[in-house]
Design a protein around this ligand. Structure first.
Ligand SMILES: Cc1ncc(COP(=O)(O)O)c(C=O)c1O
Length: 385
């Protein structure tokens, strides 16, 4: 071809997660960058997967998902958020949350539409908006006492006749911010007389600390009417490699979601769905215990970092801890993340990559979903800096 390719995503390169993980592998650094756990899924879940591999669950699943898994998700949603979902018309199993987000955004966004993102924003949202001909409008979270919180006034200011949707992500990657009932009420008030949809990425729904609980958009009647809620089993069952997630939305929205889903992936891994269906019903204790499991990790990591010159407020949720390194270096976070990986052997994620306009200050994200020994080794290095 003579002409250079006219890219549809000119600003998109390889994701920072792949870049930092590759650098960590090349240099042998401890990888606290990419958000994957260093633990295995529960034995009983693995056993069910093996069982279904050997018992004929190897052909296409139904497009919306294996009925038993859809029902198990509906039962879990009723238990945890008090929302009764019709498993046939309001739930769809997706190839991880990533495909769910892509299908949701593609189903909603038309050329010229604006979509509000709260920065720092997970990097999967904007490319899907761009490919649909829309435009992301970035509203930064506010920082209060070293903590990221939503300032609703700039969100209100960003809503216009062009706004098609707002993407929420609570519990929040990378900052661990959470939304409470008041936050949901405020958002509902802002959207009341608009035609704005909500795409709510809740993949860390079962990881909230300090006796807090996750307030899902699913629990709010008014917001639910206009929402597509995306979640994933990857984070909940230490199975990020399985790539099984789901989308919950009222029937009319689910219908639009499935129009995209069926041509993006059509159907999701059958034995994994069957295994998850059995497991979600049989062991609710596992996801109920997840918050305390990760809270111990968070507490350990924060304690181990006490001698360091990193400044942090313990994360409220997820398995990420953000820390300010300004007492150690004044360099930009992207440079510091590279340098610490190659020179000191600890890989992290720079916060600025999640933002249109980087926050002032110097912040890195650390993933603490690692065994205690790995966290101790990383903290020992970080404490020397
Ligand atoms: C906020 C957020 N959304 C979505 C995803 C993607 O989830 P999945 O691996 O199920 O596609 C991730 C994974 O890190 C995430 O952190």
């Amino acid at each position: 071809m003579q002409n250079p390719l006219d890219s549809k995503l000119p600003h998109v390169g390889t994701t920072i997660f792949s870049v930092m993980s590759r650098l960590a592998n090349e240099t042998g650094a401890i990888n606290l960058s990419q958000g994957f756990p260093s633990f295995e899924p529960p034995d009983a879940l693995l056993e069910r997967f093996e069982y279904y591999l050997r018992h004929g669950a190897n052909q296409y699943a139904p497009m919306p998902g294996v009925p038993a898994l859809l029902q198990a998700i509906a039962d879990k949603t009723l238990r945890t958020q008090g929302r009764s979902l019709d498993s046939a018309t309001e739930l769809t199993v997706s190839t991880g949350a990533t495909e769910g987000l892509f299908s949701a955004i593609t189903a909603l966004v038309r050329p010229g539409d604006e979509v509000i993102l709260l920065d720092p924003a997970y990097d999967a949202y904007e490319p899907a908006i761009d490919l649909s001909g829309g435009r992301a409008v970035h509203v930064p979270l506010a920082i209060e006492n070293d903590e990221f919180v939503v300032d609703w006034q700039p969100v209100a200011d960003a809503i216009s006749a062009r706004t098609r949707a707002i993407v929420l992500n609570f519990p929040h990657n990378p900052t661990g911010a959470v939304i409470d009932r008041d936050g949901l009420e405020t958002l509902a008030g802002l959207l009341r007389d608009t035609a704005v949809y909500v795409v709510s990425d809740e993949v860390y729904e079962h990881i909230v600390f300090d006796d807090g609980r996750h307030h899902s958009v699913l629990s709010h009647d008014e917001l639910w009417e206009r929402s597509i809620v995306i979640s994933s089993f990857g984070k909940t069952f230490h199975a990020t490699g399985w790539k099984v997630g789901y989308a919950a939305a009222p029937a009319a929205l689910t219908n639009e979601f499935r129009k995209v889903h069926q041509f993006t992936t059509f159907a999701v891994n059958t034995p994994a769905q069957c295994a998850l269906a059995d497991y979600v019903e049989s062991d609710p204790e596992f996801y109920l215990a997840l918050s305390s499991f990760y809270q111990q990790k968070r507490d350990l990591f924060c304690k181990l970092l006490e001698p360091s010159r990193l400044r942090l407020r313990p994360s409220r949720s997820t398995f990420f801890q953000v820390a300010d390194y300004s007492e150690i270096s004044e360099q930009a976070d992207v440079d510091v993340a590279r340098l610490w990986t190659t020179e000191h052997g600890v890989a992290t994620i720079p916060l600025s990559v999640f933002c249109e306009t980087p926050f002032s200050g110097c912040r890195l994200r650390f993933c603490f979903a690692k065994d205690d020994e790995t966290l101790a080794r990383a903290a020992a290095i970080l404490s020397e800096l």
